[in-house]
Write a protein that binds this ligand. Structure first.
Ligand code: ADP
Length: 267
C-alpha cells in the first residue's frame, strides 16, 4: 500500500520500478495473446491438409472409385497434401527455433555471386515452368560475413516468392550493391529482389511479414506457400543485424530490399 508514502516518492527510483513492472505485465499479456493466436492458426493450417488426406483416402478405401485415372488423381492429391504438411511442419519448427533463439549462426565469408548462382539453380525449374527470367546483377568480387545456409534460405524465399507471384513470361531481378561509409555509418550491402508481378495492395503491405498473413490465401496455397516464409526471412535478416523492407505497387510489381553490414562479428 502507498498509504503514508510522501509525495516525493514519485521522483524516487522505486516509483519507476513500479512503472516498469506494469509495463512488463502488459507485455506478458500481449505475448500470451500472440502465442495463443499462433497456436490457433497452426491448428487451422494443419487441419486443412489432414482433412483432405482423410477425405480422399476414405473415398478410395470405400471402393467408390472405379476408373484408374480418377483413383490416380486422388492419390496425387493425397501425396501433395502430405508434401504440404511436411513443409508446414518444417517451417513451424524452424520459426519456433529462430524465435526462441535456439539457433546459432555460423559466420564465414560468403561469396555473393556464387550464393546467387546456387539460389538460381535451386529455383531454375519453377522459373522455367513459367518462362520467368532470373536476372543477376551482382558484382564479381563481393563477400559478406554471414551464415551461408541461412543467407541462402533468405534469398530462396524472396526469389521464390518473386517467381510465385509473377505471371508467366515475367522477370525477377537480383541486384546487389555495396555502400561504403559516408552514406551509412558502417559499410553495408544492399540486396534488391525485384519482380514485375502481381504487386501487393497498399493496405496489406504493413502486414505481409506477419505469421500466416497472405494477401490471397488461395493463390498462396496453390503456389505451395505456407504463409510463414516472410516472417522466417525477417527474423533471419535481423539475426544478421540487417534490415528488410518492401516497395510494391499493385499490378506493377514488388521489390524486397535486404541490407546487411559488410563485416559481422559472431555475437
Ligand atoms: P507464402 O507462403 O504465402 O508465399 P510468405 O510469408 O512468403 O508466404 O508471403 C506472405 C504473403 O505476401 C504472400 O502470401 C503474398 O500474398 C505476399 N507476397 C510475398 N512476396 C510477394 C511478391 N513478390 N509479390 C506479391 N506478393 C507477395
Amino acid at each position: 500500500s502507498l498509504d503514508g508514502v510522501p509525495m516525493t516518492v514519485l521522483h524516487d527510483d522505486s516509483y519507476h520500478g513500479m512503472l516498469f513492472l506494469f509495463q512488463d505485465v502488459s507485455d506478458i499479456r500481449r505475448l500470451e495473446r500472440m502465442r495463443s493466436e499462433f497456436v490457433a492458426n497452426v491448428s487451422h493450417e494443419l487441419k486443412t491438409p489432414v482433412a483432405a488426406v482423410q477425405g480422399f483416402a476414405e473415398t478410395l478405401l470405400s471402393g467408390g472409385v472405379n476408373d484408374e485415372d480418377t483413383a490416380r488423381s486422388f492419390l496425387k492429391i493425397i501425396y501433395d497434401e502430405g508434401d504440404r504438411l511436411n513443409r508446414l511442419i518444417g517451417d513451424i519448427l524452424d520459426l519456433s527455433k529462430i524465435e526462441s533463439r535456439r539457433i546459432q549462426l555460423d559466420y564465414a565469408p560468403v561469396h555473393v555471386l556464387t550464393l546467387f548462382q546456387s539460389v538460381s539453380k535451386v529455383l531454375e525449374g519453377s522459373a522455367e515452368q513459367k518462362r520467368i527470367e532470373i536476372r543477376l546483377q551482382v558484382p564479381e568480387e563481393l563477400f559478406v560475413e554471414a551464415d551461408e545456409d541461412r543467407l541462402r534460405q533468405i534469398f530462396i524465399n524472396l526469389v521464390g516468392n518473386g517467381i510465385s507471384y509473377t505471371p508467366e513470361g515475367g522477370r525477377v531481378t537480383i541486384k546487389v550493391e555495396e555502400f561504403l561509409h559516408g552514406e551509412y555509418d558502417e559499410d553495408r550491402v544492399r540486396f534488391s529482389i525485384a519482380d514485375n508481378g502481381l504487386g501487393i495492395p497498399k493496405k496489406d503491405l504493413p502486414r505481409i511479414f506477419e505469421r500466416f498473413y497472405r494477401v490471397d490465401k488461395a493463390r498462396s496455397r496453390s503456389s505451395g506457400g505456407t504463409g510463414l516464409g516472410l516472417s522466417i526471412v525477417k527474423h533471419l535478416v535481423e539475426l544478421h543485424r540487417g534490415t528488410i523492407s518492401v516497395e510494391s505497387e499493385f499490378g506493377i510489381g514488388s521489390t524486397f530490399i535486404v541490407e546487411l553490414p559488410v563485416l559481422q562479428e559472431n555475437p
